[in-house]
Design a protein around this ligand. Structure first.
Ligand code: F6P
Length: 494
């Protein structure tokens, strides 16, 4: 396998093979994946495919889609595919009566009523964090065509100033609230939810909803039971976009558009679980991310959107990849000797050219990138879109080819690993397909690395310590620096 120690010069690979671009690119439904600029040869990719076979990917996919326990530490299946299937009962373990049908029809019916203005609401505040925020906000941002009767305001991290400003401009009589929380116990979400409950007052019962896997906790919080939009516990938070957690996005996009998103994701499920998996975008992404992380030992992966509608793709993938693959032990609880998740970062294309691209071009460390773009602009300013596409191509080319110059400070070493993901057009179906493909790529990587992608025990200790520090800070009123240093010291010594 080619790797960090004997990495071929990519410009030479292109010079030697005029057909390289065809052999090292894949068109899977609406997405073109171009990995020709990676230091990979034909047999190198074949070896990656063999690796997947040797890791037992076939059986693992059958277990995933068969509703087997693929999340052993929480003894759960992971059936987020059932949430977007036309027939959930085709997934063993996904009991259609387990609120799936009601969940999808229930929350989409609510979303449609909000989208149409049937409830007289002009604004909807969605409060949630992590998977209860990122996916819905991404699809809402990407697909919004300003036809909804409600404006959606997304609250995630605790930002008192933001909340106060928002509540000052909204009318409680015309504002709905969605509390999105699988556990219905996330501190940041409940803190804001309590403020919203107080702000709505007696309207809370009629204008607040909860998307959660813990209906009883939502009811105890004061959510009317008819306004609880439950989803099954086997839905991972970062895989919950397809559940009632997506209700606010659906209120912005409309039922038909959200159903198209589900169908696009279901199409990716079909590709990944079917006989043509080797030609799927999902498996290509998995094997190439494995090549970058394990063969090139690249510590990071940048997701750069050269279409503003995909600006949040990096944030979404940051959680999906790092919370799924950022593990320290394997499925047998044996400490892992090899690297797992890369540090995923991301943002918008030309903005990042004015901040991090200098280092990405010339600093000694190499940080692989996935540049994502869309051929059709989705707006009327073709010349503006041409700027996006030309910079995408320019950056990918400069990263890979480099540039010689008699002055060393002007040289670009090139051979910086970069992949390009292009859609013909960005619509609900193509976006759903992309996001689900990345979900399956992460699952496939977890099989290659023998880890559980569906739990996230690493975040629990921080939550426990924060509760203790909160109590200690409350006892001190307005802390000064001495208090702060004392708390720091006690935190490390007690
Ligand atoms: O970051 C930990 C985590 O549990 C994520 O997996 C999840 O998406 C997020 O917190 C929010 O959790 P909940 O939806 O239960 O509020």
């Amino acid at each position: 396998m080619l790797g960090k120690n004997h990495t071929p010069d990519v410009a030479t690979l292109f010079a030697e093979d005029a057909q390289r671009i065809r052999q090292f690119s894949l068109l899977d439904q609406a997405w073109l994946l171009d990995y020709s600029r990676l230091p990979l040869t034909g047999d190198g990719y074949g070896q990656l495919q063999q690796l997947a076979r040797d890791a037992g990917l076939e059986a693992a996919v059958a277990n995933l889609f068969g509703g087997e326990i693929v999340n052993p530490s929480e003894r759960r299946p992971a059936l987020h595919m059932a949430l977007r299937a036309d027939d959930p009962s085709s997934f063993p373990g996904a009991d259609p009566d387990q609120c799936l049908a009601r969940d999808r029809d229930g929350f989409l019916a609510l979303a449609e009523s909000l989208f149409n203005g049937d409830r007289g609401l002009t604004d909807l505040i969605h409060v949630g964090i992590g998977g209860s925020d990122l996916g819905p906000r991404l699809v809402s941002d990407a697909l919004d065509v300003d036809q909804s009767a409600v404006r959606v305001h997304w609250l995630s991290t605790v930002d008192a100033r933001r909340l106060d400003r928002l509540l000052a401009e909204l009318d409680p009589a015309r504002t709905g609230v969605v509390i999105a929380s699988k556990s219905f116990s996330t501190e940041e979400t409940l803190l804001q939810a309590r403020a919203l409950r107080e702000w709505l007052g007696e309207r809370f019962a009629s204008q607040a909803w909860a998307a959660t896997a813990m209906p009883e906790r939502a009811a105890d919080f004061g959510i009317d039971r008819a306004h609880v939009l439950p989803f099954p516990e086997w839905t991972g938070g970062r895989f919950s976009l397809w559940s009632s957690v997506g209700v606010s996005a659906a209120a912005r996009l409309g039922r038909a558009c959200f159903r198209e998103l589900l169908r696009g994701a279901a199409a990716a499920d079909l590709c990944f679980s079917g006989p043509d998996r080797n030609q799927s975008l999902a498996l290509h992404l998995a094997l190439l991310m494995h090549f970058l992380r394990r063969d090139l030992s690249a510590p990071s992966l940048g997701i750069v959107a050269y279409d503003p509608r995909l600006a949040l793709l990096g944030d979404f993938l940051q959680q999906l990849v790092m919370e799924s693959l950022g593990k320290g032990v394997d499925l047998e609880d044996v400490p892992l000797r090899q690297s797992t998740s890369p540090l995923v970062f991301g943002g918008r294309g030309t903005d990042l050219q004015h901040s991090i691209f200098q280092a990405l071009h010339q600093a000694p460390d190499s940080h692989p990138l996935i540049l994502a773009g869309v051929l059709e602009p989705g707006h009327g300013r073709d010349d503006w879109h041409r700027v996006q596409l030309s910079h995408l191509l320019a950056q990918a080319t400069a990263m890979a080819r480099g540039r010689d110059d008699e002055r060393p400070c002007r040289r670009l070493p090139g051979n910086r690993p970069v992949m390009v993901l292009m859609a013909r057009r960005l619509d609900a179906r193509s976006l759903g397909f992309l996001l689900a493909s990345f979900e399956h790529a992460v699952f496939a990587l977890s099989v290659l690395w023998s880890i559980n992608p569906f739990d996230q025990w690493g975040v629990e200790e921080g939550k426990r310590l924060a509760a203790r520090f909160n109590t200690a800070l409350a006892e001190r009123g307005e802390p000064d620096f001495d208090d702060w240093l004392d708390l720091t010291n006690r935190g490390m010594r007690d």
